[in-house]
Ligand binder design. Structure first.
Ligand SMILES: CC(=O)N[C@H]1[C@@H](OP(=O)(O)OP(=O)(O)OC[C@H]2O[C@@H](n3ccc(=O)[nH]c3=O)[C@H](O)[C@@H]2O)O[C@H](CO)[C@@H](O)[C@@H]1O
Ligand SMILES: C=C(OP(=O)(O)O)C(=O)O
Length: 435
């Protein structure tokens, strides 16, 4: 079984560089299906398992996808197939993001129902409501969504009940090739939405207002291949910012953009962490004592749910009582039980978690319940007494490139191993361990 083994107690120092954003590149790869003419070249693509999964979906749909290091070249000019089977959607919910492009290009999409996952039920009713407003007939049955439009998609005025990131992206992609104008209201404002709009416009689309609550898309008749660089991953950046702060370290996180991270920066500063802009990144200096704070997750520009579990690790180290309220997903506290295995004083009350710090964390064998929980457990391991072993790394690999290697480069005592039976360590450091 693969696991990361970390021994707590090292202050992190040095420089770490963040990759291109997972949550930008996934919809962007789906959007490359819209180009019926020419190749799309994407730069700064992170080598994540999710990126390989969505590339497989595109290949299944008859697009050509080539990797050249961190560059991905997509040729979607051939006639496309229109189905995304369950084997892909089960691995990665973001596979549903091909629906908008397929409907726009072919008028049809058959996509396996995504179902729930560890962080909640995650329905896609808002995506479907948008497509239906554009003239699509949607049928759900036998585990599939069958969507089809007669003739062309029609521009429409669509109000989202919640600013869903995926629904905003899927509808935006569909609307680029629709007849007439689509006005999308109460839409998501995440930086990844802006990145997608920038690619679409480079392909010849007419998208205005991305990053605000109203996006206006004037349909065009054809889209072309374009070249685009993916924005830096603000969640990976935030995770390394927490790694610096939790160890009382001093780390330059290159690629971390203040304008994408303002809510996280504000909350970390409230805790006493020093954060300054330096070159193309943020320098983070952890204090000797962290102050407790309250956090509520919200759609952007509110505090990101994808940083909730990592901040929980940081609050375990703060002196006093903190509260985290999760408002975006109904079940994103699976990691709490794992933190408890590490001796954390933490309890769930409805949609909130109460943390009594500082917890004297002890190393333990813990299981990653989702992608961000995986990172959060490693972060807690950085300050736990003794050895922490984190398993279920398939979650981590969906969203972090060489996570343990980057922490090792900053001075953490950490190793990733593939072992059958790990012995209790009598050794001095993780790298001394014969596992
Ligand atoms: C690949 C990607 O970009 N993933 C991100 C994206 O996920 P994703 O796009 O799935 O997240 P959404 O913004 O759509 O979901 C937010 C909330 O809205 C609900 N909802 C969503 C759509 C819908 O049709 N009906 C509905 O009820 C969801 O169940 C959830 O409770 O945004 C989330 C919120 O910032 C992040 O945590 C994910 O990392
Ligand atoms: C929840 C996440 O991703 P996804 O929507 O791909 O599951 C995440 O990135 O933390």
């Amino acid at each position: 079984m693969e696991k990361i083994i970390v021994r707590g107690g090292k202050r992190l120092n040095g420089t770490v560089k963040v990759e291109g954003a997972k949550n930008a590149v996934l919809p962007i790869i789906a959007a490359t299906l819209l180009a019926s003419d020419g190749k799309t070249i994407l730069n700064d693509v992170p080598a994540l398992s999710d990126v390989f999964t969505i590339s497989e979906v595109l290949r299944h749909l008859n697009a050509e996808v080539d990797f050249e290091g961190n560059r991905v070249i997509v040729d979607a000019s051939r006639e496309l197939k229109t189905d995304a089977p369950f084997e892909y959607v089960r691995k990665m919910r973001a596979s549903v993001l091909v629906m908008g492009s397929l409907l726009a290009r072919t008028g049809k999409a058959r996509v396996a129902l995504p179902g729930g996952c560890a962080i909640g039920s995650r329905p896609i009713d808002q995506h479907l409501k948008g497509f239906e407003a554009m003239g699509v007939k949607v049928k759900v049955g036998n585990g599939f969504i069958d969507a089809e439009v007669e003739g062309k998609l029609q521009g429409a005025k669509i109000y989202l009940d919640f600013p869903s990131v995926g629904a905003t992206e899927n509808i935006m992609m569909a609307a680029t090739l629709a007849e007439g104008t689509t006005i999308l209201e109460n839409c998501a404002k995440e930086p990844e939405i802006v990145d997608l709009a920038n690619l679409l416009n480079a392909m010849g689309a007419k998208v205005r207002g991305a990053g605000t609550g109203t996006i206006r898309i004037e349909g065009v008749s054809k889209l072309y291949g374009a070249t685009h660089a993916i924005i830096p991953d603000r969640i990976e950046a935030g995770t390394f910012m927490v790694a610096a702060a939790i160890t009382g370290g001093n780390v330059l996180v290159r690629g971390a953009l203040m304008e994408h991270l303002s809510s996280l920066v504000a909350k970390m500063e409230e805790m006493g962490v020093q954060i300054t802009e330096e070159g193309d990144g943020l320098r983070v200096i952890g204090p000797d004592k962290l102050k407790p704070i309250d956090i509520k997750t919200m759609p952007h520009p509110g505090f990101p749910t994808d940083m909730q579990s990592q901040m929980m690790s940081l609050l375990l180290a703060a002196e006093g009582t903190s509260m985290i309220t999760e408002t975006v997903f109904e079940n994103r506290f699976m990691h709490v039980e794992e933190f408890r295995r590490m001796n954390a004083d933490i309890k769930i009350e409805g949609r909130s978690v109460i943390i009594n710090g500082p917890s004297k964390l002890q190393g333990a064998e813990v299981s990653a319940t989702d992608l961000r929980a995986a990172a959060a457990l490693v972060l807690a391991g950085l300050i736990a007494d003794g050895f922490t072993r984190v398993t279920e790394l398939k979650h981590l690999d969906r969203g972090y490139v060489d996570f343990h290697g980057k922490l090792l480069g900053l001075g953490a005592d950490i190793e990733r191993v593939n072992d059958q039976a790990t012995q209790e360590p009598a050794q001095q450091s993780v790298s001394d361990m014969n596992v």
